[in-house]
Every structure is written in structure tokens, then in C-alpha cells.
Design a protein around this ligand. Structure first.
Ligand code: SAM
Ligand code: DTB
Ligand code: SF4
Length: 336
């Protein structure tokens, strides 16, 4: 077992000690207590460690840019307490059926023209039915043929579906763990944590890159924020891409009215993700619309090196591309 000591001294590869395999799909690289100790460091020490790890593994001034498109909106059967697209909550989201192929291609062309390198297609499904998957496979193939990296987030996958996505040319599949296992049941009841891990295993088994992270600011404790990171960092292969979302509170959802999280705690979460997953892209995901430039700059300093780009996430606003271009110019960030 790893010793907990504060301040935590780490190697730039993020491993405190030699990993020991605990089961087939996880390795105990990080105990929750070790990650909590990172959160508890003086802010400057935490940032210094995160920068050190970041610079040892990445170009510190390069940020990967993905554009998100909701290809099927609202009317979802699930009960995720944060989500404006769940049919059971009364929000302002208007349900829209699966988009037409040519409209998706047009959106991808615009994203490419704006400098996005990856195009992520999201659908408000519990999981895709076979009749839903077929048109999505065509979208993936067309977007890939445009020279963009492809990503999809379609919910839980069944046997055989990951293979079809791989064959269509899918580069990344996004499926978030959302929070720590012990807080999960407070947020979602219609699918289990294990369901999510099973989908991630299916994605891994066909060699599609894994994009998995969670949401911060849902009323979870610091221990639980650390618990989410431990789940991700201890995967046999941590996700290539780790989106860290700040809860976007939407009226009508159960989590609307949750006490807001201090932005510096969000920055600490990004830093802890960077240190515990040194070679993953850490995405400063939902929540930028409510974040001052200075906080976003601190997130980049803490090791975030990916964002969603474009004026809308799935259903909620995101900074305009022109605003992000100005921010990147001010910070000397190169968009990749
Ligand atoms: N329906 C699919 C699923 O749940 O797997 C794919 C789309 S779903 C909207 C993708 C992710 O967006 C969720 O897992 C959650 O992490 C994030 N998300 C949804 N609503 C959010 C909100 N209000 N604030 C922050 N993140 C949110
Ligand atoms: C992820 O982690 N965040 C994105 C993407 N993956 C699919 C979604 C954020 C959604 C925010 C709420 C909305 O716009 O509906
Ligand atoms: Fe449905 Fe996904 Fe929203 Fe959950 S997060 S309600 S599965 S769209």
C-alpha cells in the first residue's frame, strides 16, 4: 500500500511508487487519500507540481480543440440529476429527432473551418438501438473522411456496437463516470456505475480511444472528487481524454440550486487530474461560460490542455469561438 504523506512528492510520470496490479482492469496507482493530499497542498505547491508533470509530458502552450454537436436532443429516458435532456424533468430544452446526415456534415465543415481538430457527436439516448446506430455510423464515416478526428457519446453500448463504431472510423468514445462510486446513486438511478465501466471496457476492447471524466460541483465532497479521479487514474489504461465538467445548473433539473463550487476548487481538481493522469489530455469541459478568463488561465496552468470550442455545448451556451481565439492570443496558446 502507498504511504500517505503531505506534502506529496511525485515523479513527473505521476507514479508515486511501482504500480501493483489489484485486478484485471485496475491498478492501484493512486489511493483516494493520496489524491486528497494533493488537493490539500498549498495552492502554489499544487500548481507547481501540476506544471512540472504537464511540461514533462506535453507542450505546455498547446491546447486541443474539439467541437460538440447534439445530433439528437432531449426526450431521454434516463434520470441523470444534472441533465436538461432527461424527459422526466421540465426544462426549456426542445426535443429534436436525429439530425440529417447533410446537416451534421455542414456543422463539421464549420467546426473544421474554425480550427477544431475533433468533432464530437452527442445523442440523448440511454444507448443506441441498432436502427439508431446505422445513420450515426454514416455520420462518423463522413466526418472522418473530412480529415477530422471523430468522437461520439451515445450512452451505453451493447455487445457488437463498439466494433461497428470502430469499423466506421470512430477515434474516441466519450462516456463519463460522472462522480465517485459512493456518490453516484445520489445523482443517477437508471444505470449503474458498473454499467458505465462495462461500456468503457467495450470501447477499450476494440481499441477506440477512451474519453471519460466527470462533473464537479454536484454537491460531492472533496473526498468524492478525489474518488472520481482515483477511478480514472487506476484504470489499467487511464482514458486518453479526461473531460472535467463544472456542473452547469439548469432550471428544472434536480441539481439546480446546488451550492456553487468555489472556482479555485475546480482548478485544484484539474491539477489533481493532471498529476494523477500525466499522459492524458485533461479537458476543461462544461462550465467555461461562467468562468472568468483568469480562472480559465489557471486551469491551463494547472494542466488542462483541451477544450470544447463553439458557442454551444449540447444544449447550454459555451463561449463564442471568437472570444476563445482572443483568450488564446492573450495567453500565447496554440490551438491544436
Ligand atoms: N446520453 C449519453 C450519456 O449520458 O452517456 C451522452 C450524452 S451526455 C449529455 C454526456 C455527458 O455530459 C454526461 O455524462 C455528463 O457528464 C455531461 N453533462 C450533461 N449535463 C451536464 C451539465 N448540466 N453540466 C455538466 N455536465 C453535463
Ligand atoms: C462531456 O464530458 N461534456 C460534454 C460532452 N462530454 C458530451 C457535454 C456537456 C454538456 C453540458 C450540458 C449541455 O450543454 O446540455
Ligand atoms: Fe440522458 Fe445522457 Fe442526459 Fe443522462 S446525461 S439524461 S443519459 S442524455
Amino acid at each position: 500500500m502507498l504511504e500517505t504523506s503531505s506534502p506529496v512528492v511525485i515523479n513527473t510520470d505521476g507514479l508515486k511508487t511501482k504500480p501493483s496490479a489489484s485486478c484485471d482492469s485496475t491498478i492501484e496507482r493512486w489511493r483516494v487519500a493520496d489524491i486528497v493530499a494533493l488537493f490539500e497542498l498549498p495552492f502554489s505547491d499544487l500548481m507547481y507540481q501540476a506544471q512540472t508533470v504537464h511540461r514533462a509530458n506535453f507542450d505546455a502552450n498547446a491546447v486541443q480543440v474539439s467541437t460538440l454537436l447534439s445530433i439528437k436532443t432531449g426526450g431521454c429516458s434516463e434520470d441523470c440529476g444534472y441533465c436538461p435532456q432527461a424527459a422526466r424533468y421540465h426544462t426549456e430544452v426542445e426535443d429534436e429527432p436525429l439530425m440529417q446526415l447533410q446537416d451534421v456534415v455542414a456543422a463539421a465543415q464549420e467546426a473544421k473551418a474554425n480550427g477544431a481538430s475533433r468533432f464530437c457527436m452527442g445523442a440523448a439516448w440511454r444507448g443506441p438501438k441498432q436502427r439508431d446506430l446505422e445513420p450515426v455510423l454514416k455520420m462518423i464515416a463522413e466526418v472522418k473522411a473530412m480529415g477530422l478526428e471523430t468522437c461520439a457519446t451515445l450512452g451505453m453500448l451493447k455487445d457488437g456496437q463498439a466494433e461497428q463504431l470502430k469499423d466506421a472510423g470512430l477515434d474516441y468514445y466519450n462516456h463519463n463516470l460522472d462522480t465517485a462510486p459512493e456518490y453516484y446513486g445520489d445523482v443517477i438511478s437508471t444505470r449503474t456505475y458498473q454499467d458505465r465501466l462495462d461500456t468503457l471496457d467495450r470501447v477499450r476492447s476494440v481499441d477506440i480511444n477512451v474519453c471519460s471524466g466527470g462533473i464537479i460541483g454536484m454537491g460531492e465532497s472533496r473526498n468524492q472528487r478525489a474518488g472520481l479521479l482515483a477511478q480514472l487514474a487506476n484504470m489499467a489504461r487511464p482514458p486518453e481524454s479526461v473531460p472535467i465538467n463544472l456542473l452547469t445548473q439548469v432550471e428544472g433539473t434536480p441539481l439546480h440550486g446546488t451550492e456553487s463550487l468555489d472556482h479555485l476548487e475546480f482548478v485544484r481538481t484539474i491539477a489533481a487530474a493532471r498529476i494523477t493522469m500525466p499522459s492524458s489530455y485533461v479537458r476543461l469541459s462544461a462550465g467555461r461560460q461562467s468562468m472568468p478568463e483568469g480562472i480559465q488561465a489557471l486551469c491551463f496552468l494547472a494542466g488542462a490542455n483541451s477544450i470544447f470550442y463553439g458557442e454551444k455545448l449540447l444544449t447550454t451556451p459555451n463561449p463564442e469561438a471568437s472570444v476563445d481565439k482572443q483568450l488564446f492570443a492573450k495567453l500565447g496558446i496554440n490551438q491544436i
